[in-house]
Design a binder for this molecule. Sequence first.
Ligand code: ZN
Length: 129
Amino acid sequence: MIRPMINRDSQFFWDGTAAGELRIQVCNACGAKRFPPGPACPDCGALDRGFEATSGKGTVFSYVVHRYPPVPGKELPIVIALIDLDEGVRMVGEVVDVTDEEIEIGMPLQVDYRRIDDELTLPIWRKAS
Ligand code: ZN
């Protein structure tokens, strides 16, 4: 499978998923929330950054159903959505247990976690009940 890059800026995110938390970066200077993580705040430029755990809830902003080309370690098709978190940031994620006919814009989702190994736990999304 393709492993995500884990670096100094994103370590907190992967520590979070391993602990069952979906974390986003927060600027310690102005309080702006952001995703993906980066060294500087896009709002105020401050380098002083922290993070917080989100509710793990969001809605589908848009999506694609990936049928081709093959993805290592994946059975196709897979549903990849752009998800608006309740906290106001947007992230890409795989939606599981939802068919390509069920998925729709605005669908409420709840994050879940798929442990790959000791170093990697991926966030996945399911239809919120
Ligand atoms: Zn800021």
